[in-house]
Design a protein around this ligand. Structure first.
Ligand code: RB5
Length: 201
């Protein structure tokens, strides 16, 4: 796989809040699914090392809209493309199942591999997304639940509750979601396979 030179990466000055990593760490490579990441010594960011940036889908209802906008900016600043599936403002009341389902369809068709959902609690939108068999959406509350959702459950979507957690906690959770590979191994593979027996991707 071709990798870009991180020192020439135009995203290396991305917003420090994104990674949630408080102390700079030495350069390190980690493989998560089909994406290589490098933690740069001069920056707390983990930047995708692919020639074409990965697209992350994001969607929210009116309650999640302000947090969605913040996370979208963070993702773009870190070098991801963002497929924003709405909603478009915080004042027009909308139905969270519509947005959970819209993002789930993008996962199901393979258009995107990973997604982020936000509603007031994260509950309704995660239920909606999980009706799609290809989706393993984890309602996460912080970095540790986001990390374990990847580590143990191979979650491909996270849901966040904008009325439940603060912005920095949401950022930490998103960072952990993006940077944690699935642990795999016989035990976790077997359990994850039981979540969606007919889904092979
Ligand atoms: C909207 O008021 C609220 O019900 C929704 O954002 C979410 O919390 C549902 O689970």
């Amino acid at each position: 796989m071709e990798r870009t030179d991180l020192s020439a990466n135009r995203f290396r000055h991305a917003s420090p809040a994104f990674l949630g990593c408080r102390t700079p760490t030495p350069p390190r490579l980690a493989f998560s699914r089909h994406i290589w990441y490098q933690t740069a010594s001069h920056s707390p960011y983990v930047v995708p090392m692919t020639t074409r940036p990965e697209t992350i889908a994001i969607a929210a209802d009116h309650a999640g809209f302000p947090l969605k906008e913040i996370l979208k900016q963070d993702l773009e600043a870190a070098g991801f493309r963002v497929l924003d599936l709405g909603t478009a403002d915080a004042t027009t009341s909308v139905d969270y199942p519509d947005f959970g389902a819209a993002l789930a369809r993008k996962i199901s068709t393979g258009e995107v591999k990973r997604g982020v959902l936000v509603c007031g609690t994260g509950i309704g939108i995660s239920i909606a997304a999980n009706r799609e068999p290809a989706v393993r959406c984890a309602l996460v509350h912080d970095a540790i639940t986001a990390k374990l959702a990847r580590d143990h459950n191979d979650a491909n979507v996270i849901a966040l509750g904008a009325r439940v957690i603060g912005v920095e906690t949401a950022r930490d959770a998103l960072t952990a979601f993006l940077n944690t590979p699935f642990a795999g191994g016989e035990r976790h593979d077997r359990r994850v396979a039981k979540l969606s027996p007919k889904v092979t991707s």
